[in-house]
Design a protein around this ligand. Structure first.
Ligand SMILES: [Ca+2]
Ligand SMILES: [Ca+2]
Ligand SMILES: [Ca+2]
Length: 504
């Protein structure tokens, strides 16, 4: 048997009968595309606006450089994004991607001797393994292996079966369309029929539905891989190859997630392309480690260590799981190391509508060895634009002790692969906080993570007298606030304890 799966062992048998597994709640692991698509009154950059001016609770990040001119010639703040990869050739990210100065790209040689060949723009820790088993499958496999014929296992098996049924249905539809497309294309190309109009109409219909043939093909492969790896109780990944991986951080079936996150932080401002990012003097270090399915702790630990060893100041983690697996201690060790090296970690609270004071998720904000919270760690929940009951996103996790602060995470427009795309999720809230921390560091490069966290939490926007589900907004997080960049800068410049850190 592996290490403890701590919180399951706290459940007594009598409770277990009526107990719903948190794994059955994993609906929104990935961000949700636009929730309020039709609401055109909300500007696309609402998350950057100032509450007083626009009556939308953004982070007041639009013109901070006018009040506080940015210091010149400071080296850029490096933000590592441990995610699904980043489209590094995106025109709105040009000049914003970190480069490993000691590595010569594309020569097949590990020039800087760090163990990674040609890691010029970060590293893809997944190698070719873009798909992996989901949490519910791993949890069910664990229960089967340990002969727990529990209500939880029955529930998980039923969820997995439903997922497979839906995927099989989708796969069959896609396969049919794929065949129609190919048959029609062949007929037209070979001019093999007298009635070509039927085939032309068929293609038109399919292009309306899928956009391009490539899209249809991608969907087909994606569905097939989900059946094969993500929701397959019989899929067992043999021991992880620690040395797999490659330099290709800009490929993969879910590249849009990491690209969206990178854009929120670093997209070039006022260039008429893409969006306006939040930080200016910043470089993104893309570290691809998140598959479709649940991440592996070995890879997360390696990615955190890579960020530490290559001078990232901030690490953004927009992912979570509820499964404590055997090698979680590697992740914890890496976080401890980041703490010692004064690197800030910003983590998305997750999209399962859970109170995290009652449920442990991983990576965990506490050191399991000492049971103390990491002081270089900020956990971020998601808010919407309006000061009403919808302020906390319905999907967002929360917790008076376990979530530090909120940041916009509903209908956030950022960079997609071809066009801008609107996503909702705490995955979007975390990079907003990472970007604010990067801005502060640019003005005061020697601030420690603990101080950065204190400034950001102290200066946040306290929304008073707002009740959401019979509790005040302020009760849903440690600070009770929403991040506010301009206020954070005001705090940095007005509080005498930070005077000596300012780079005048
Ligand atoms: Ca290297
Ligand atoms: Ca090289
Ligand atoms: Ca732009």
């Amino acid at each position: 048997m592996g290490r403890l799966i701590t919180f399951f062992l706290l459940i007594s048998t009598s409770q277990a009968l009526s107990w719903v597994s948190p794994f059955s709640l994993l609906r929104y692991r990935y961000p949700i595309e636009s929730l309020i698509k039709t609401n055109s009154l909300i500007p696309k950059d609402w998350h950057l606006t100032d509450y007083r001016d626009d009556l939308l609770i953004g982070i007041n990040a639009k013109d901070y450089e006018l009040t506080y001119p940015e210091p010149k010639n400071n080296p850029p703040i490096v933000v590592a994004i441990i995610d699904t990869g980043v489209q590094i050739e995106h025109p709105d990210l040009q000049g914003k991607i970190w480069t490993n100065q000691n590595e010569i790209p594309n020569n097949g040689y590990d020039d800087d001797g760090n163990g990674y060949i040609d890691d010029y723009h970060g590293w893809n820790f997944l190698g070719e393994q873009d798909y992996d088993s989901s949490e519910i499958v791993r949890r069910a496999q664990y229960l089967i292996k340990n002969n727990h014929n529990s209500p939880e296992l029955i529930e998980l098996k039923s969820i997995i079966q439903t997922k497979r049924d839906n995927l099989l249905y989708k796969f069959e539809k896609l396969r049919q369309d794929h065949t129609i497309y190919q048959t029609s294309l062949n007929a037209i190309q070979q001019n093999s029929s007298t009635n070509l109009d039927i085939f032309k109409t068929a293609i038109e219909k399919l292009e309306k539905k899928y956009g391009t043939y490539q899209n249809l093909n991608k969907l087909l492969k994606n569905t097939q891989n989900k059946l094969k790896y993500v929701y397959n109780l019989n899929y067992k990944q043999s021991s992880i190859d620690f040395f797999s991986g490659n330099e290709k951080v800009n490929l993969g079936p879910n590249l849009v997630h990491g690209t969206h996150v990178a854009g929120i932080i670093a997209a070039i401002k006022e260039n008429q392309i893409g969006i306006n990012g939040i930080a200016t003097n910043v470089k993104i270090m893309p570290l691809k480690a998140i598959p479709i399915g649940a991440e592996r702790d070995e890879k997360i630990a390696q990615a955190i260590n890579y960020a530490i060893d290559h001078n990232a100041k901030i690490i953004n983690l927009s992912f979570n799981k509820y499964l404590q697996e055997n090698n979680y201690f590697l992740v914890q060790r890496a976080i401890e190391r980041a703490q010692k090296k004064d690197i800030l970690i910003v983590h998305s609270a997750g999209n399962e509508s859970l109170n995290l004071d009652n449920t442990i998720q991983f990576p965990y904000f506490k050191n399991l060895r000492t049971n103390k919270s990491f002081d270089n760690w900020i956990s971020v929940g998601a808010t919407g634009p309006h000061k009403d009951e919808s302020l906390i996103a319905h999907f967002s996790n929360y917790g008076k002790y376990s979530v530090d602060i909120f940041a916009p995470g509903v209908d956030i427009t950022s960079l997609g692969i071809d066009n801008n795309i609107i996503f909702s999720g705490t995955s979007m809230s975390a990079p907003i906080v990472s970007a604010c921390a990067a801005v502060l560091l640019n003005y005061a490069p020697d601030l420690k993570p603990k101080q950065l966290k204190k400034i950001l939490l102290d200066s946040g926007n306290k929304i008073l007298n707002l009740r959401i589900n019979n509790k005040y907004f302020t009760e849903y997080s440690r600070s009770g606030k929403i991040i506010n960049l301009k206020a954070a800068l005001n705090e940095l410049y007005s509080n005498p304890i930070y005077e000596k850190y300012l780079d005048h």
